[in-house]
Design a protein around this ligand. Structure first.
Ligand SMILES: C[S@@+](CC[C@H](N)C(=O)[O-])C[C@H]1O[C@@H](n2cnc3c(N)ncnc32)[C@H](O)[C@@H]1O
Length: 271
């Protein structure tokens, strides 16, 4: 088990969350991977790697952008996420997508080079983050570029704090594991690029206000995201009480939106 992730196991969590992930992503974080593709300026004829591709939102957009003539390779190690990504590519009628279940930290370095790599909400799951960046950059052709998106200091706030504080009250001793916090600080993110030997990186930070239409929306986020790991660690009655208190907080304070901050980094291949 990874020491950096303190027992958070992305493969099993996202496998289990996959359908809920797909449902909540559409309203609450899919824009992040789509913006990463936009910011990379993916264009017709290119060969693109999307890793980890999750349930395939950016994969589908990239596959449309590289047509005609280009291909997109999507990789994730949660099988059920790859199943959903494959369904999406098929229903979009895309024949230029290759998907596989594999570990992004051990990719074959002897493959046809890529013009662009999309890495949305995945970097912080690698034990060795500079090592992952270095290995992904090594897959680029000269002139190729990589786009990395990570959450900043705000993630679904203020409800995230409410969730964390309520877990602390109901289950003292249970830590809400949040691997995405490893790269929330801009200076840390820059440091990861530097340690990977990538000096020239452009980072843009966006804050997004996301409508919360009802307390149920908050629970869709919890069950579809990495916060699901906390629910899995609680007994049913404590999880029920946690939900009740989150619902009450949303209703009493008339919370109608949450805010997330995202850092988007784009860098060129090492020359
Ligand atoms: C938060 S999701 C992001 C997915 C997608 N890029 C997006 O923006 O929606 C994180 C994904 O990383 C995958 N993942 C984490 N570590 C991985 C690894 N070492 N190899 C492959 N996939 C990994 C998980 O299975 C999960 O699907």
């Amino acid at each position: 088990m990874s020491e950096a992730l303190k027992g958070f196991d992305p493969k099993s969590i996202y496998d289990e969350a996959s359908r809920d992930y797909e449902d909540a992503a559409r309203d609450f974080w899919q824009y992040i991977s789509l913006r990463t593709v936009e910011r990379l300026g993916v264009r017709a004829g290119e060969r693109v790697l999307d890793v980890p591709c999750g349930s395939g939102a950016s994969l589908v957009l990239a596959a449309e952008r590289v047509s005609p003539g280009g291909t997109v390779v999507g990789i994730d190690y949660a099988e059920q996420m790859v199943v959903i990504a494959r369904e999406k590519a098929l229903s979009a009628g895309l024949a230029n997508v290759e998907l596989s279940v594999a570990d992004m930290t051990t990719l074959d370095s002897n493959q046809e080079p890529f013009d662009a790599v999309v890495c949305s909400l995945g970097l912080f799951f690698a034990d060795d983050m500079p090592g992952l960046l270095r290995s992904l950059c090594d897959l680029l052709r000269p002139g190729g570029r990589i786009g990395v998106a990570v959450f900043g200091e705000l993630v679904f706030d203020p409800m995230r704090q409410v969730f964390v504080e309520t877990v602390a009250e109901l289950a003292p001793g249970l830590e809400v594991l949040q691997p995405w916090r490893r790269t929330e600080d801009l200076s840390v993110l820059r440091g990861v690029f530097e340690a990977a030997g990538i000096a020239d990186v452009d980072i843009v930070t966006d804050d997004d206000r996301l409508p919360l239409r009802s307390p149920d929306d908050w629970w869709r986020i919890i069950m579809g995201s990495g916060f699901r790991r906390t629910i899995a660690a609680l007994d049913d009655s404590t999880a029920g009480e946690l939900r009740k208190r989150c619902d009450a907080c949303i209703a009493e304070n008339a919370i109608d939106h949450i805010v997330s901050r995202t850092h988007y980094a784009v860098a060129g291949a090492k020359t």
